[in-house]
Ligand binder design. Structure first.
Ligand code: NDP
Length: 307
């Protein structure tokens, strides 16, 4: 029996090294060197080419290398009866929380701006941006940890999710009807939603129009949460004062894309919370041990919900 790794935009050999550090690791193969398809019991995926998953008769588990699973769920060859798992870990949540806090501080304290002014020996003092109301769209593993860290740092945090949450220090909104309500007071909006048919293009002109003039957007969810044209328009008309984008519809972002040179867009290359290889390897091997004895793997996603 064997594990198969099928990756794009991540290094399968590095993950194999981390898997192989454990004595309980079975044989690991890297696509396209599949060998006998009957041997494959588990496939680990990241941005795989679609249409390749339905040819493994003994497949018992599909594991996402990261937290997001939209590439897997939207693959038409995904076998219906095979559980899909994703990576859930404190390292991932804490890194994201730190990244969002850092991005907010950088924006409010004008730190990048001062670095730019330094280049022209420009001694110019700016006001700290005042608003500390943050709305987080998506209050799952990453959203709730981010909300907690922001709250501890003196931010007034609101969260929006699909289902109701009870948390005294965070104002909780849920469902489509409460989306507007969650946003009206926001100075900063953070997108930490999974990409699903319901959340695709949620960061659009209707949402921007609900916000106070001059709000700031941080998108660390997925590129297709954002309608790019609507963002450019909102920035041009100063509806939004700026945006930090970590994720894009096309990654890597083409070099001629308008975002690269936009003065109000701060870009990072999908690095807000990278997967810890050691941790994900351990989690997958633990799940592999479960399926070997007929148990259910943990951290399963619900394909009907798309997350
Ligand atoms: P979770 O599945 O734990 O949380 C998802 C949250 O979104 C939940 O609170 C859920 O609501 C909410 N949600 C889902 N659909 C809707 C909807 N239609 N309306 C309102 N709320 C909705 O995911 P994680 O927190 O682990 O990860 C979130 C996303 O972050 C990932 O899917 C991925 O896209 C992105 N990510 C980005 C990384 C990066 O480096 N940029 C790294 C890792 C992840 P409810 O609680 O009610 O279920």
């Amino acid at each position: 029996m064997a594990i198969l790794i099928m990756f794009n935009q991540a290094d399968p050999k590095l993950l194999k090294v981390h898997l192989k550090l454990s004595i309980d690791c079975p044989e690991v193969r890297i696509y396209p060197d599949v060998g006998d398809k009957d041997d494959i019991k588990c496939i680990i995926l990241w941005k795989q080419d679609v249409g390749l998953l339905d040819v493994y008769p003994n497949l018992r588990m599909i594991a996402s290398y990261g937290a997001g699973i939209e590439n897997i769920i939207n693959d038409p060859s995904l076998p219906k009866d095979v559980p899909v798992t994703r990576f859930i870990d404190d390292t991932l949540s804490n890194q994201m929380a730190e990244f969002v806090l850092g991005s907010i501080l950088n924006y409010r304290l004008n730190l990048t701006l001062y670095r730019e002014l330094q280049a022209s020996s420009n001694w110019s003092c700016k006001n700290i941006k005042k608003g500390k109301n943050v709305t987080i769209l998506g209050m799952g593993e990453l959203g709730k940890t981010t909300a907690k860290l922001l709250h501890l740092n003196g931010y007034a945090v609101s969260g929006w999710s699909r289902s109701e949450k009870k948390n005294q220090s965070i104002k909780n909104y849920f469902g489509n009807k409460q989306l507007n309500l969650s946003l009206v007071n926001a100075d900063i909006v953070v997108c930490l939603l999974p990409l699903t048919p319901e959340t695709k293009f949620i960061l659009n002109k209707n949402l921007f129009n609900i916000l106070k003039k001059g709000a700031y957007l941080i998108n660390v969810g997925r590129g297709d949460h954002l309608v790019e044209e609507d963002l450019l328009d909102a920035l041009y008309h100063e509806k939004l004062s700026g945006a930090l984008l970590d994720v894009y519809s096309k990654e890597p972002l083409p070099t001629d894309h308008i975002f690269w040179k936009h003065p109000k867009i701060h870009m990072t290359p999908h690095i807000s919370s990278p997967t810890d290889k050691e941790k994900v390897a351990r989690q997958i091997l633990d799940n592999y041990a479960r399926i070997k004895v007929g148990e259910e793997p943990i951290n399963q996603v619900n394909p009907k919900r798309f997350y």
